[in-house]
Design a protein around this ligand. Sequence first.
Ligand code: FAD
Length: 391
Amino acid sequence: MIKDPARLQALLATIRQFVIETCIPQEALIDRDDCIPEPLVDAMRRLGLFGHSIPEAYGGAGLTSEELTLVNIEVSQAATVFRARFGGNTGIASESLVVDGTAAQKARYLPRLASGEITGCFALTEPEAGSDATSLRTTATRDGDHYVLNGTKCFITNAPLADLFTVFARTEPDTPGAHGISAFLVERGTPGLDTGMAERKMGQHGSPVGDVILKDCRVPASAIVGGEPGRGFTTAMKALNKQRINLAGLCIGPAIRLVDEMVRYAREREQFGHPISEYQLVQQMIADSNTELHAARALVLETARRRDSGEDVTMEASMCKMFASEMAGRVADRAVQVFGGSGYMARTVAERFYRDVRVFRLYEGTTQIHQLNIAKRTMAARAGALEPGRS
Ligand SMILES: Cc1cc2nc3c(=O)[nH]c(=O)nc-3n(C[C@H](O)[C@H](O)[C@H](O)COP(=O)(O)OP(=O)(O)OC[C@H]3O[C@@H](n4cnc5c(N)ncnc54)[C@H](O)[C@@H]3O)c2cc1C
């Protein structure tokens, strides 16, 4: 749903200008230095990028899913690391609060997340609990009006620089699985919370990812998201459900950029006396990439619209995330091929984006986990569909 087309067009134009004039020229340097310069983060704050999904009542832009998808497609045409810097705040790290936070929690944190004054992160994954997040072992033991948290989270985006941690822990140790998990809001500086060094990783350099270590970390019971224990996994799934549509949008921007880069390179590069763009095998790679990104865009925008109208799009969100992330991988692979040997060299956008988009198929549910979810829901919904009398 687009609430105000004129306002949205103005926002998209502003972001496009920021992407082209500010972000793209700094991509290679940020990749090399593994760090986004603070003045650039300030520029993101001034543009309101940290708060697009947060309701207007808390200082955000209150964008709908469709609007947010269009913004994500625009912003991710620059290296995805830019979006990773503010993406927690305007996505997974604020969404738990938006959907399930108490009035006091929203008032305390959402305005500061929206402005970018603080950076949030979402700490679910553990060394032994990845795809099977319900097997998490971090404990939260009740002690009077407090809980004491113990455990380790790993691969947490922005953990090394975050101010606010949404930590998922087991409040009922004897209840296995999703029940008995609660989400806690833990501020940096709370004794017993520590963060590890940023991991060295394949791509998205400049987006720090690391451990969150909790050792007898004491937080008030009022730090539980929503105030009631045992609802943390439902909260996580609500946040992730929306985030999967966001992430799918973030896979489309790089594909658009790479098609543009393939076209530019193919027209400039000459072999056998002609630009390689004249060779139909090269054209095929461009045609397949552009077709696939259009298919992904149509699927994601349709799903975002249906979510905005109140439909349950749990299965479709999985389809979006799986299809768009796999599509981005195929497009990046073709881009390297069109660039030839240059595409393997670290100075080219094809090489950088190839590394950057690889993670999209891994986090927020791997491709395989989404395939399982889609299959389960398809089989439940379509069972008996061909029987007489079924519409
Ligand atoms: C750069 C980066 C940033 C991240 N940021 C965050 C973050 O901010 N917060 C957070 O909580 N987590 C984060 N993660 C963690 C991420 O969500 C997990 O890595 C992901 O869920 C996969 O878990 P895993 O790595 O333990 O892999 P595993 O679950 O061990 O999976 C390994 C392989 O087995 C397959 N597999 C597992 N189970 C099945 C099954 N039942 N059927 C078929 N195949 C299966 C998987 O698809 C995969 O191919 C991040 C990860 C990365 C790499």
